[in-house]
Design a protein around this ligand. Structure first.
Ligand SMILES: *Cc1c(COP(=O)(O)O)cnc(C)c1O
Length: 467
């Protein structure tokens, strides 16, 4: 009992909210967070202090104790949460870091669409309502050879729209080898269930034959669906049915042939050293009726889902009510149009994703050398080295492709393990996200953008000065 009274007394000496708010420490936060948001954080800090005191922990019920808990939270909240970072991981389409970075043209288009009124759904020649897909449909047709196209929020939405709008209440046949989960919990069986279409699995995990599809067709079948296995790859005794054969079967039996292509490759990537990835146009040419794809993977644009294919099919989706719930925002549309125009005019290497993938070993080595020379002036020279390191396409594309790259390796025993250096780099005003091999921090240069070299040097200046 006595101990409890002592704790209650200690609780009473906790500072009052007004007193905390009046402290000069709060001035910078009052400016950019406002009083109420600060009170929330201080309140939570006091609550946690109260709990500690009641649990008999040895903490002072002082203003300093509250500030010790509250200040880091206030600092984090006042700095902006969705922040730019340096991607030094060498993973080009890094989903957690925002996948593709926009080309400068696309970035400008976003800003213009965001800050001004626009022709988003306005037909200038008629002075009346237009359609938002009109801005990109003709370019999609031009680039992919499709008869028609529309866009939605992302590829998951495109697949959902396709299945709900065309196959709801009917059966859709998919190979067991293509029923994979793609990062971020995208699973075809789940999307299928949401869409109201019924999944019919055929074949085995490693092998599916044309007759497996043929035997599964009933009077309830609406479509054959092909799914890009994305970041999953099978080797050895495998077999999948060529698109041409599936297209012929679908045609013969009066079914739709649909494909979720995923990565959204618009041009042949073989000259980039990346072979075997089908393009949207090659799928359509092989007889697929409707292809869905992402805008921010290999395509290098904003998060968007594209649907390209036969006009009669796209027209059915244009009037399907779910489209309204999946419609793209004007900033996204502006970025997508500007990105597609770069393909149209042959300037697609201005798209960072493509430029990064195209970079050769020699050019990467030169970049890594330049960065290591600069870092050697900031850190003890023997902690910095030039190393070969594999990069990755990411985003579920080309999972097996080795993308040989170069990195600057840093070993700083004085700072402890690579893990603690990585965490220090993440804590800086412009966080640097790097890779590691054994005890060496790896700064992959392939994914660095203009200005990032300087940002990395700033980061290591901060690290070296013990900040
Ligand atoms: C990435 C991917 C998706 C999901 O696309 P989002 O644009 O992320 O919604 C769906 N299917 C395949 C095959 C993919 O690779």
């Amino acid at each position: 009992m006595k101990a409890q009274t002592a704790e209650k007394n200690r609780l009473r000496s906790l500072p009052a909210m007004d007193c905390l708010l009046g402290m000069p420490d709060m001035d910078p936060f009052l400016e950019n967070l406002g009083r109420e948001a600060i009170k929330t954080v201080l309140g939570e800090a006091m609550d946690s202090l109260r709990k500690k005191i009641l649990a008999g922990e040895d903490v002072e019920p002082s203003a300093e104790s509250v500030l010790k808990l509250a200040l880091p939270v206030l600092a984090a909240r006042s700095g902006g949460s969705l922040r730019p970072v340096v991607n030094a991981t060498g993973v080009v389409i890094h989903t957690n870091l925002g996948r593709s970075c926009l080309a400068p043209e696309a970035g400008k288009a976003v800003l213009a669409a965001a800050e001004r009124y626009s022709t988003l759904e306005y037909d200038l020649s008629e002075g009346k309502r237009g359609h938002r897909s009109d801005h990109v449909e003709w370019i999609l047709r031009e680039i992919t050879g499709a008869e028609a196209g529309i866009v939605v929020n992302n590829n998951a939405g495109a697949v959902l729209l396709m299945l709900a709008g065309l196959c709801s209440g009917k059966e859709v046949i998919v190979s067991r080898g293509e029923l994979v989960e793609i990062g971020g919990s995208f699973r075809i069986p789940d999307i299928m269930a949401f869409s109201g279409a019924r999944l019919v699995e055929v074949g085995s995990t490693n092998r599916t034959h044309l007759k497996d599809y043929g035997n599964a067709i009933t009077e309830n079948t609406a479509a054959l669906l092909k799914v890009h296995p994305s970041n999953f790859r099978m080797e050895g005794f495998t077999s999948a049915v060529p698109r041409e054969d599936l297209a012929a079967l679908a045609k013969e039996r009066g079914l739709l042939f649909l494909e979720d292509l995923g990565s959204g490759t618009l041009i042949d990537m073989a000259p980039f050293g990346l072979k075997g990835e089908p393009t949207v146009s090659s799928c359509l040419k092989a007889g697929v009726d409707l292809v869905t794809f992402s805008g921010d993977k290999m395509l290098g644009g904003p998060q968007i889902g594209g649907l390209a294919g036969k006009k009669e099919i796209v027209d059915r989706l244009r009037i399907y009510p779910l489209l309204r719930a999946l419609r793209v925002d004007k900033m996204t549309l502006a970025a997508f149009e500007a990105t597609l125009r770069l393909y149209l005019s042959g300037k697609h290497l201005r798209i960072p994703t493509l430029a990064m993938l195209k970079e050769t070993g020699d050019s990467l080595r030169r970049k890594a050398r330049r960065l290591s020379d600069r870092l050697k002036k900031i850190l003890p020279a023997d902690t910095v080295s030039l190393v070969e390191a594999d990069d990755a396409v990411g985003g579920g594309a080309f999972p097996a492709e080795r993308l040989p790259g170069w990195a600057v390796g840093i070993v700083m025993d004085s700072l402890g393990s690579a893990g603690s250096v990585l965490s220090l780099l993440r804590s800086l005003p412009v966080p640097v996200i790097a890779g590691a091999r054994d005890n060496m921090v790896l700064l992959h240069v392939r994914t660095l953008l203009p200005g990032d070299e300087e940002r990395i040097c700033d980061a290591f200046r901060a690290v070296a000065s013990g900040r």
